[in-house]
Design a protein around this ligand. Structure first.
Ligand SMILES: [Zn+2]
Length: 170
């Protein structure tokens, strides 16, 4: 069942603008990466309030804001890029579709996510400092979680843990 919303049910315009300002938008064929906070599963982390509940993942919010269709079930990526918010790369699927999709992409046999390289306390402090900067300057692409992960040669999951204080606490 597809529930379509009217424009009046949409979040306020400035929130929509703020959301899209955190997405790198390119041509329709390219992936549009979410540049803000990344959750521990590697998806963009947002909270967009809708009449049907709160959307916590950037790609789900992107789909909702772009199409006006609330994603009831699974919202899958054609491009297998969890951060991608390009509505043209997203499709609504069932649980079976999701499993089939995972199997076809071999994700369930890969096991183990990006290894968590250990960071020193000093590096963790530096990451938190840069992230605080990013929160005030969300357009700065040098300090997104993905950029920090590359810079410190670790996974975005580790960066998210550090900035959210789930590990590496003094
Ligand atoms: Zn994509």
């Amino acid at each position: 069942m597809i529930r379509k919303v009217s424009i009046f049910d949409m979040p306020k315009a400035w929130r929509v603008d703020l959301f899209w300002s955190r997405v790198g938008t390119y041509s329709l064929n390219e992936c549009w990466p979410y540049l803000g906070c990344i959750d521990k599963h590697g998806y963009g982390h947002v909270s967009i309030r809708t009449p049907f509940g709160i959307l916590w993942r950037a790609h789900r919010a992107a789909f909702y804001l772009a199409t006006g269709v609330y994603p009831q079930g699974f919202l899958l990526h054609r491009c297998d890029n969890r951060l991608c918010c390009n509505p043209h790369h997203l499709w609504l699927g069932t649980n079976d579709d999701n499993m089939a999709d995972m199997v076809s992409k071999g994700r369930q046999v890969k096991g183990g996510r990006a290894k968590n390289a250990s960071l020193t306390d000093k590096q963790a402090e530096e990451i938190r400092r840069l992230w605080r900067f990013h929160c005030r300057h969300p357009w700065d692409i040098q300090t997104t979680q993905a950029a920090l992960a590359r810079r410190f040669q670790t996974g975005t999951g580790t960066i998210c843990c550090v900035v959210n204080g789930r590990s590496y606490c003094e």
